[in-house]
Design a protein around this ligand. Sequence first.
Ligand SMILES: Nc1ncnc2c1ncn2[C@@H]1O[C@H](COP(=O)(O)OP(=O)(O)O)[C@@H](O)[C@H]1O
Ligand SMILES: [Mg+2]
Length: 399
Amino acid sequence: MEFTQEQLQAIESRNENLLVSAAAGSGKTAVLVERIIRRVLDEESPVDIDRFLVMTFTRAAAEQMKEKILKAIEDERSKNPTDKHLIKQAALVHNARITTIHGFCLDVIRNHFQEIGLDPDFRVADEGECRLLKADVIEKVIEKAYEEGSDDFINMVECLSAGKSDSGLEGILDKMYEFSMSDPEPEKWLDRCVKAYTDEGKEERVWVDVFLGQAGMLLADAHDKAARAQEITREPDGPYMYEPAASNDLELIEALKECRGYDELRGSLAGAEFVRLKNKPKDGPYVDEDLKGKFMALRESVKDVVKELKKDFSLPLEEQDRRIGACLGVVRELTRLTGCIINEYSALKRDKNIVDFADIEHLCIRILGADDGITAAEYRDYFEEIYVDEYQDSNLVQE
Ligand SMILES: Nc1ncnc2c1ncn2[C@@H]1O[C@H](COP(=O)(O)OP(=O)(O)O)[C@@H](O)[C@H]1O
Ligand SMILES: [Mg+2]
């Protein structure tokens, strides 16, 4: 296979952190495998294959990767049958740490269970089993809350259900549980949920920061797209007749990006209008339909962002603040119930001596994040390099 210049850069770079971001099927995994092979077969400073930690998204991907690496080693060995390094590598490949993130975490836990007081006879429960157990816990927690019938709970149910059955509440709690579990510290995540709505000890309203932060990200993305759309109008055979509209769009987004504070942005959004596109003159120069289509798609997504923001910023600050204040009680109660679910579900799993995928991650973090740092240092010193394929599918815990 002939690698492109860009691929070669990623393959050959050394001694630096590397993030390779490219479309599906563009050859990221191929680059990763080639990079490892070259380091293992390097003549000057070869690295043993088991000194790499490679995390893949699925077990099948891990197996495929091992096979490819083994094949490269075998190919090399057929040229140098007596090379000691190659013989060793062929033997090591089978124990190479090429695995899913859960496979790695589980390995850490099995080797260090005593450090966190885990019963070594634990079993990994499969997803189906966990789903059933969790659904049971959620149901029981809701039942108990009904029995207790606190004002906060009744109020929340009224707010959320609005005529629907409880399955809505179960779904919300399930999501809250899953979200909190995808944070390294679930309890802190729940605290932050409440804090996002409260002003405690803060001069400005916290939710305003959240709104403005979100708007800032959306506008930055819209800005990139508008700039790209403008470029397209200037390309050879590009839809030149849209150039004035494209410049207008870009100015509009730039002006929105300049806004400081809720009221200013709200005002600018209210006045933000997109100009109409001019038609191509009948006898004007040729325009490529593909480029025209690309321009249209970009412009649509820019418009969508502005439309979305107009909705988000439709209410005056005071009114929005009042509504968000009213939500606070609901959020408090939801986080309280999620906390109950976390506790009861953990207790149930402890009784059965099972762990689920989220536990595997959290337990691994407890081992590697221990204050003394001894175990973490062992892994750090052992591995030459760490690779993660399909990084975008990781959550904060895996990070
Ligand atoms: N430079 C290249 N020349 C030819 N084929 C390539 C090249 N780079 C990658 N491929 C092939 O393209 C396909 C997709 O590559 P892959 O690494 O799986 O992509 P990604 O991981 O980015 O989704 C694979 O079959 C791979 O062998
Ligand atoms: Mg890939």
